[in-house]
Design a protein around this ligand. Structure first.
Ligand code: ARG
Length: 396
């Protein structure tokens, strides 16, 4: 099969070293790796927690509730170790955020974590885009933890003579209306009217309608609901990404980048990086209970790609992990196995307990799998893809 290269990717004039990435798999040169210290369970209203978090753990999601200290400490060791491997074995430039006391964030109402930068930042070409977070507890996350990294990037770009644009999120003036008409304690009539007036949006998946936990009164999106495939970004609507958020993103992206939405059938949708995983140009793994091959093929970027469903369902897997009582996955499904991070088109970082997945990648796709411990980071809400932001990927 002859694969079209994405010739539309803007070619790099000089060779940029500070910011430049247009896909998820070209050779990585520089990245951000998060930090776990002081992570708190995100405190969002119950309807949002019900929509996005595993039922078993709902009681944990209350204000000012820190994740267990030993999990956070081990998560930081895993993140430090990951950073060391990226620097020493792969020669990558690694940026780390500042340590933030999340209990003090948002005027004392509390924040969440510095461990999941993928949700809040995205590099598209030579532009860095900050998410318009839907979650109130994540407001200020980038400013608090990543301000210095962004400054470093700007300074580095200036020195190198590269033109880089950082597109910070707009400030919300006055009350946030994103949950209007959707809260449990809204009177039913307010809820109905509020929902109508405030442009609640639903998604139709075949016969099924997903009622999202946010309305469409202001732009909301998490960067992790999008992935780059050359000049096309593939994204999804979710409990944290609304149509206005997608419009906003389209408006701030540099030409010629565009956004196409994938119809996913995930009632709990929040972040697309446990639904699709591109290994290299032309090969993508997907979660067949969340998206169909037909839906993927509808997007021209995947026209001639080898699209492979994961041939087993991690949710139904008898796990060795369960026997040795790993830390709870408070915030994610077992599809998090797909949340791997590519170093290049042949090399990928996978959680060391995901042996079946690692072996499948080696045997089916000839990948070189770097196995690293990350279960305590997983416990806080994500894996290698979530915990990173790629800043420079060298175009092939
Ligand atoms: N919602 C996904 C799942 O439970 C996990 C996505 C995590 N991604 C992230 N960028 N934090 O399967």
């Amino acid at each position: 099969m002859v694969l079209k290269k994405d010739t539309t990717t803007p070619s790099t004039m000089s060779s940029p070293t500070i910011i430049s990435a247009s896909n998820e798999y070209s050779p990585l040169r520089a990245l951000i790796i998060g930090r776990a210290a002081h992570s708190l369970f995100p405190s969002e209203p119950p309807h949002m927690i019900r929509a996005t978090m595993p039922t078993l753990h709902h009681p944990e999601f209350r204000p000012h509730h820190p994740f267990p200290a030993d999990i956070v400490a081990k998560a930081d060791q895993e993140l430090d170790n990951f950073a060391r491997v990226m620097t020493e074995r792969f020669g990558l430039k690694v940026y780390r955020p500042k340590e933030v006391d999340w209990a003090k964030a948002n005027e004392g109402r509390g924040g969440y974590t510095g461990a999941m930068p993928r949700d809040g930042l995205m590099v598209v070409g030579r532009t860095v885009v900050e998410a318009c977070f839907g979650w109130g507890c994540r407001r200020g996350e980038i400013e608090l933890a990543y301000h210095d990294v962004l400054e470093d990037i700007m300074e580095g770009a200036q020195k190198a003579g590269e033109s880089v644009r950082v597109c910070r999120a707009p400030k919300i003036v006055g009350a946030d209306t994103l949950y209007d008409g959707l809260l449990d304690d809204d009177k039913p009539e307010d809820r109905k009217d509020g929902a109508k007036q405030n442009g609640t949006f639903n998604s139709q998946n075949g016969n099924q309608t997903t009622h999202w936990a946010i309305n469409n009164t202001r732009p909301a999106f998490d960067c992790a609901d999008f992935m780059r495939f050359g000049t096309v970004l593939i994204g999804q609507l979710s409990h944290v990404t609304n149509p206005k958020g997608v419009d906003y993103l389209r408006a701030v992206l540099p030409a010629p980048y565009t956004v196409e939405l994938l119809n996913t059938t995930d009632d709990h949708a929040m972040h697309i990086d446990a639904t699709i995983l591109p290994l290299r140009h032309g090969t993508l793994i997907y979660c067949p209970s969340r998206v169909t091959e037909e839906e993927l093929r509808r997007h021209e970027v995947f026209g001639d790609w080898d699209l492979r469903p994961l041939p087993w369902n991690p949710e139904e897997e008898e796990e060795e992990e369960e026997k040795d009582e790993g830390p709870p996955r408070y915030m994610c499904s077992k599809w998090l196995a797909l949340n791997a991070m590519s170093v290049d088109e042949k090399t990928i970082v996978v959680e060391e307990r995901q042996e079946r997945f690692a072996r499948w990648l080696e045997e089916e796709f000839g990948m070189e799998v770097v196995r690293l411990p990350f279960r305590h980071v997983n416990s806080l809400g994500g894996s290698f893809h979530c915990a990173t932001v790629d800043l420079v990927r060298k175009e092939l």
